[in-house]
Design a binder for this molecule. Sequence first.
Ligand code: SF4
Length: 174
Amino acid sequence: MLLTGYTKQIFRPECNPSFESVHCVATLDDDISEVLPFLNAVLGGTQYFSDPPQVMFHHHGRIIKVGAREIAVNALADEAEAEKILGWLKNEINQAWEDRASITPCFTGKAKPQLMEILKLLPKTNCKKCGQATCMVFAVALREGAISPDACPEIDGDNLQKLDSYLNGFDLEA
Ligand code: SF4
Protein backbone atom coordinates (compact mmCIF):
# COMPACT_ATOMS: atom_id res chain seq x y z
CA MET A 1 0.00 0.00 0.00
CA LEU A 2 1.49 3.35 -1.06
CA LEU A 3 -0.82 5.71 0.83
CA THR A 4 -1.38 4.53 4.39
CA GLY A 5 -3.32 7.50 5.77
CA TYR A 6 -3.89 11.26 5.93
CA THR A 7 -4.87 14.08 8.26
CA LYS A 8 -7.86 16.07 7.10
CA GLN A 9 -8.66 19.75 7.69
CA ILE A 10 -11.95 21.42 6.77
CA PHE A 11 -12.22 25.13 5.89
CA ARG A 12 -15.03 27.52 5.10
CA PRO A 13 -14.16 30.05 2.35
CA GLU A 14 -12.58 33.09 4.06
CA CYS A 15 -14.32 35.53 1.74
CA ASN A 16 -17.71 34.33 2.99
CA PRO A 17 -17.69 32.19 6.17
CA SER A 18 -21.46 31.72 5.98
CA PHE A 19 -21.12 30.09 2.54
CA GLU A 20 -22.77 26.65 2.44
CA SER A 21 -19.88 24.64 0.96
CA VAL A 22 -16.56 23.74 2.60
CA HIS A 23 -13.04 23.04 1.34
CA CYS A 24 -10.91 20.17 2.49
CA VAL A 25 -7.13 19.75 2.60
CA ALA A 26 -5.66 16.37 3.51
CA THR A 27 -1.99 16.11 4.46
CA LEU A 28 -0.75 12.70 3.33
CA ASP A 29 1.29 10.37 5.52
CA ASP A 30 3.31 9.20 2.50
CA ASP A 31 4.90 10.78 -0.58
CA ILE A 32 2.72 9.65 -3.53
CA SER A 33 4.50 11.58 -6.32
CA GLU A 34 5.46 8.40 -8.18
CA VAL A 35 1.87 7.25 -8.60
CA LEU A 36 0.58 10.57 -10.00
CA PRO A 37 1.15 9.84 -13.74
CA PHE A 38 -0.55 6.45 -13.27
CA LEU A 39 -3.45 8.01 -11.37
CA ASN A 40 -3.72 10.62 -14.12
CA ALA A 41 -3.94 7.83 -16.72
CA VAL A 42 -6.66 6.00 -14.78
CA LEU A 43 -8.83 8.95 -13.72
CA GLY A 44 -8.25 11.28 -16.70
CA GLY A 45 -6.89 14.40 -15.01
CA THR A 46 -7.75 17.75 -16.58
CA GLN A 47 -4.29 19.18 -15.83
CA TYR A 48 -0.95 17.60 -15.04
CA PHE A 49 2.13 19.40 -13.71
CA SER A 50 5.55 17.76 -13.44
CA ASP A 51 7.41 20.15 -11.16
CA PRO A 52 6.22 19.91 -8.48
CA PRO A 53 4.17 16.85 -9.45
CA GLN A 54 0.46 17.56 -9.26
CA VAL A 55 -2.69 16.41 -11.03
CA MET A 56 -6.15 18.04 -11.15
CA PHE A 57 -9.45 16.18 -11.53
CA HIS A 58 -13.09 17.13 -11.80
CA HIS A 59 -15.39 14.78 -9.96
CA HIS A 60 -19.16 15.43 -9.78
CA GLY A 61 -18.59 19.18 -10.00
CA ARG A 62 -15.77 19.20 -7.41
CA ILE A 63 -12.23 20.24 -8.30
CA ILE A 64 -9.66 17.88 -6.78
CA LYS A 65 -5.95 18.65 -6.64
CA VAL A 66 -3.61 15.78 -5.81
CA GLY A 67 0.03 16.51 -5.03
CA ALA A 68 2.92 14.52 -3.61
CA ARG A 69 1.92 15.15 0.00
CA GLU A 70 -1.47 16.83 -0.19
CA ILE A 71 -4.99 16.45 -1.57
CA ALA A 72 -7.30 19.49 -1.80
CA VAL A 73 -11.02 19.32 -2.67
CA ASN A 74 -13.34 22.31 -3.05
CA ALA A 75 -17.10 22.92 -2.92
CA LEU A 76 -18.02 20.06 -0.59
CA ALA A 77 -21.38 19.82 1.16
CA ASP A 78 -19.88 18.85 4.51
CA GLU A 79 -17.16 16.88 6.28
CA ALA A 80 -18.88 13.55 5.57
CA GLU A 81 -18.65 14.19 1.83
CA ALA A 82 -14.97 15.14 2.22
CA GLU A 83 -14.29 11.83 3.96
CA LYS A 84 -16.15 9.91 1.26
CA ILE A 85 -14.10 11.52 -1.56
CA LEU A 86 -10.80 11.11 0.33
CA GLY A 87 -11.59 7.43 1.01
CA TRP A 88 -12.38 6.90 -2.68
CA LEU A 89 -9.16 8.66 -3.74
CA LYS A 90 -7.04 6.67 -1.29
CA ASN A 91 -8.38 3.45 -2.86
CA GLU A 92 -7.78 4.77 -6.40
CA ILE A 93 -4.21 5.83 -5.51
CA ASN A 94 -3.37 2.45 -3.97
CA GLN A 95 -5.03 0.54 -6.80
CA ALA A 96 -3.17 2.57 -9.46
CA TRP A 97 0.08 1.90 -7.61
CA GLU A 98 -0.62 -1.82 -7.41
CA ASP A 99 -1.54 -1.96 -11.12
CA ARG A 100 1.22 0.38 -12.36
CA ALA A 101 3.02 -2.34 -14.35
CA SER A 102 -0.01 -2.58 -16.63
CA ILE A 103 -0.85 1.15 -16.85
CA THR A 104 0.79 3.53 -19.33
CA PRO A 105 1.67 6.63 -17.31
CA CYS A 106 0.21 9.91 -18.59
CA PHE A 107 2.05 13.22 -18.18
CA THR A 108 -0.53 15.55 -19.77
CA GLY A 109 -4.08 16.73 -19.00
CA LYS A 110 -6.96 15.67 -21.23
CA ALA A 111 -8.38 18.01 -23.88
CA LYS A 112 -11.16 20.38 -22.87
CA PRO A 113 -14.06 21.84 -24.87
CA GLN A 114 -13.45 25.33 -26.31
CA LEU A 115 -15.29 28.11 -24.47
CA MET A 116 -16.12 29.95 -27.70
CA GLU A 117 -17.62 26.81 -29.25
CA ILE A 118 -19.93 26.47 -26.21
CA LEU A 119 -20.76 30.16 -26.04
CA LYS A 120 -21.84 30.44 -29.66
CA LEU A 121 -24.57 27.82 -28.99
CA LEU A 122 -25.94 29.63 -25.90
CA PRO A 123 -28.56 32.42 -26.17
CA LYS A 124 -26.03 35.02 -24.85
CA THR A 125 -28.76 37.08 -23.16
CA ASN A 126 -27.20 36.84 -19.67
CA CYS A 127 -30.72 36.37 -18.29
CA LYS A 128 -29.46 34.50 -15.17
CA LYS A 129 -32.34 31.95 -15.28
CA CYS A 130 -29.77 29.16 -14.97
CA GLY A 131 -28.54 30.62 -11.68
CA GLN A 132 -25.25 31.80 -13.23
CA ALA A 133 -24.26 35.46 -13.49
CA THR A 134 -23.73 35.39 -17.27
CA CYS A 135 -23.75 32.99 -20.22
CA MET A 136 -19.94 33.04 -20.08
CA VAL A 137 -19.96 31.83 -16.45
CA PHE A 138 -22.43 29.12 -17.52
CA ALA A 139 -20.10 28.15 -20.39
CA VAL A 140 -17.14 27.83 -18.00
CA ALA A 141 -19.19 25.58 -15.68
CA LEU A 142 -20.21 23.46 -18.70
CA ARG A 143 -16.63 23.13 -19.85
CA GLU A 144 -15.61 21.96 -16.38
CA GLY A 145 -18.40 19.36 -16.34
CA ALA A 146 -20.03 21.01 -13.30
CA ILE A 147 -23.47 21.32 -14.95
CA SER A 148 -25.28 20.00 -18.01
CA PRO A 149 -26.50 22.01 -21.05
CA ASP A 150 -30.20 21.59 -20.17
CA ALA A 151 -29.59 23.71 -17.03
CA CYS A 152 -30.10 26.67 -19.41
CA PRO A 153 -33.91 26.94 -19.79
CA GLU A 154 -33.53 29.40 -22.68
CA ILE A 155 -31.49 27.33 -25.12
CA ASP A 156 -33.41 26.18 -28.20
CA GLY A 157 -33.77 22.47 -29.04
CA ASP A 158 -31.47 22.55 -32.04
CA ASN A 159 -28.62 24.23 -30.17
CA LEU A 160 -29.15 21.97 -27.16
CA GLN A 161 -28.64 18.97 -29.40
CA LYS A 162 -25.53 20.50 -30.97
CA LEU A 163 -24.12 21.38 -27.55
CA ASP A 164 -24.82 17.88 -26.21
CA SER A 165 -23.10 16.29 -29.15
CA TYR A 166 -20.11 18.69 -28.96
CA LEU A 167 -19.62 18.04 -25.22
CA ASN A 168 -20.08 14.29 -25.65
CA GLY A 169 -16.80 14.32 -27.57
CA PHE A 170 -15.02 15.02 -24.27
CA ASP A 171 -14.76 12.95 -21.16
CA LEU A 172 -16.60 15.32 -18.79
CA GLU A 173 -18.55 14.57 -15.62
CA ALA A 174 -21.69 16.53 -14.76
S1 SF4 B 1 -30.18 30.76 -18.63
FE1 SF4 B 1 -29.07 30.46 -20.53
S2 SF4 B 1 -29.28 32.42 -21.57
FE2 SF4 B 1 -29.73 32.78 -19.44
S3 SF4 B 1 -27.76 33.34 -18.50
FE3 SF4 B 1 -27.99 31.17 -18.24
S4 SF4 B 1 -26.92 30.33 -20.00
FE4 SF4 B 1 -27.33 32.46 -20.49
